[in-house]
Design a protein around this ligand. Structure first.
Ligand SMILES: [Zn+2]
Length: 113
């Protein structure tokens, strides 16, 4: 399962941050997840509850900042919201675009004790 490997990656970051701070627990962990990151939030929650048992993340409060995807049309230079990665520009219907945001998947902040 894709989400489980994501959680394991987050756990490794949390463990190293906790060790660096000489702490034993993560109180709060804040994640940034783009709407085009391919992460299923329900599946992530499920994988999370399975993976964090007996780890530094067991008691952590997980906060998720969802980042709405935005594209930039290379033809008419407008910025528009992207619901799907292959959405065309709403103004000129061009498919040539840059993704400005929405593919994020990262740990934004960790608070340890
Ligand atoms: Zn356009």
């Amino acid at each position: 399962m894709h989400e489980l490997s994501i959680v394991m990656g987050i756990l490794r970051i949390a463990e190293s941050e906790t060790a660096k701070a000489g702490a034993t627990n993560v109180d709060i962990i804040e994640l940034e997840i783009g709407t085009l990151s391919g992460v299923e939030l329900d599946a992530l929650d499920f994988a999370w509850t399975q993976a964090v048992k007996h780890t530094v993340l067991e008691k952590a409060v997980k906060k998720i900042d969802l980042i709405e995807a935005k594209g930039h049309c290379l033809e008419c230079d407008i910025v528009f919201p992207l619901e799907h990665i292959y959405d065309p520009c709403p103004k000129c219907q061009n498919y040539l675009k840059g993704i400005i945001q929405g593919k994020e998947l990262r740990v934004k902040a960790i608070e340890v004790t």
